[in-house]
Design a protein around this ligand. Structure first.
Ligand code: ZN
Length: 282
């Protein structure tokens, strides 16, 4: 595992946003526990760098009245086993967004505090904006693809894709309000479905802009955030259509399409590099 991380380009002083599938890691490296993986990442980047993982809980208010309330200390991460272990470790700072909190370790904790809870949870003022604005920031994918790349939501917001301020979760009675033990917060931008961010990954792979590496069945990739910004902002502006699931395949993406039609925006007039994705991924 240590060698694989070194081959991916992981170095001292880097700030990394980690998206990982422990199931995929364990299949290739059965001896690696979640804690040993985290310690290995910490040892490699050192406290001169940073490790960040999403610890999202999606604690939105729902008009039906049935919803969970975010507790920064105890609400489990809904985005994977590695993130849940990481956010529970001593010395980790967890941010306060009721819907999209992050767990932080290292240098970033000097700039982003536990109080961080922007009204655009993955846009302006968020942990992702810190990644966009600092050198030596990278995204580390271990056994995952771009459907879990939170930074894509920052690109949606920055590139102002046609639906960036449209909530796709109305059909689930979700309101634009985060609810935590400290109160309610009105939210400005609601991140939606990420399944079709794969279109962006296919574009980057096709153009040799990212170089995934393999250790047996495990695929990993370390991507500079600067490259995601440079390639992503024009891609998101020009290929918006390819970033929603195919019509009829996903209620969240269809909800956005419907509201856009009401606003007189027809996405089919946009010419994508890729066709809209099949909305079949989990
Ligand atoms: Zn979708």
């Amino acid at each position: 595992m240590r060698e694989f991380l070194a081959n991916l380009g992981l170095r001292t002083g880097q700030h990394i946003m980690v998206h990982s599938s422990y199931r995929s890691i364990r299949r290739q490296f059965p001896d690696v526990t979640i804690k040993s993986l985290i310690f290995l990442l910490e040892e490699t980047v050192s406290e001169a760098g940073s490790i960040v993982m999403p610890a999202f809980t999606y604690c939105f208010k729902r008009s039906g009245g049935d919803y969970a309330i975010f507790d920064r200390q105890s609400s489990p991460s809904a985005v994977g086993a590695v993130s849940e272990v990481f956010r529970s470790l001593p010395g980790i700072v967890r941010t306060s967004s009721a819907t999209h909190s992050f767990a932080l370790w290292g240098t970033i904790t000097h700039s982003i505090t536990a109080e961080n809870a922007p009204e655009s949870p993955l846009g302006a003022g968020s942990v992702l904006e810190w990644f966009a604005g600092n050198p030596e920031t990278h995204v580390l994918l271990l056994g995952t693809d771009f459907s879990s790349l939170s930074f894509s939501h920052y690109l949606e917001s920055t590139a102002r894709v046609p639906w960036y301020d449209i909530s796709p979760w109305g059909y689930m009675q979700v309101e634009a309000v985060g609810v935590s033990t400290t109160g309610e917060q009105r939210l400005k931008e609601i991140p939606g479905c990420g399944k079709s961010f794969i279109s962006f990954e296919e574009y980057l792979r096709g153009a040799n802009k990212i170089l995934p590496r393999h250790a047996g069945s495990l695929t990993g990739c370390l991507i500079p955030v600067e490259a995601l910004l440079r390639e992503g902002i024009p891609f998101f502006k020009e290929n918006a259509r390819s970033l929603l699931c195919r019509e009829g395949a996903c209620r969240a993406c269809d909800s956005r399409r419907e509201i856009l039609r009401e606003r007189g925006v027809d996405l089919s007039l946009q010419s994508p590099i890729f066709g809209s994705r099949e909305g079949t991924r989990a």
